[in-house]
Design a protein around this ligand. Sequence first.
Ligand code: ACO
Length: 173
Amino acid sequence: MPFTPDSQLDLMFSAELISDEVRSQLHPDLHIRPLASTDYNRGHLSVLSVLTIVSDPGEAAWVAQFHAMRALPKTYYTIVIVDKTSDVIVAVGTVFIERKFLRGLGSVGHIEDIAVDKRQQGKKLGLRIIQSLTVISERSGCYKTILNCSNDNIPFYEKCGYQKKENEMAKYA
Ligand code: ACO
């Protein structure tokens, strides 16, 4: 598929929120941008399958979820890195902004669902995704940005400037 420029896409949020510094560090064959309403057809779920088992809801339900997330203003920021030679997504990540009553009515950025296509791992794409999401979180006024990860991924997040703090608790329904 030929590369689709941002001007022809329906994006989740303004591309201006993506750091120019991070953009300039990407290989010229790669493009970083917000998730688009047509990214179901660019391998979005396939990239996420390196992270966990993905059940495909079908395109219509995927698009409905995209619009439901975008309808919440200043809350969900999903970004993708696209291989311009194929117009296929090779890396994804999300930051979700939580508003609080504490910390002077402050906000916290929660980084979620980071995944890089197996063939593209080890080329700093994960780092670029985390850097971009952290900038979005900080520009949104968040006083901290946090995430959960496996022990195996701790060195990766340390390379991204994050430090281990406290523990995760979970209760699955
Ligand atoms: N152990 C040690 N170091 C690592 C690891 C690791 N598991 N992964 C990356 N690094 C290091 C790299 O060597 C590099 O170091 P350098 O700067 O000294 O060269 C640095 O971290 C940056 O690495 P990237 O090349 O940016 O890593 P990559 O693009 O492969 O992305 C990621 C890392 C996201 C973990 C990727 O391997 C992946 O998709 N894994 C499977 C899915 C996954 O585990 N996602 C994270 C879940 S946690 C969450 O979503 C909040």
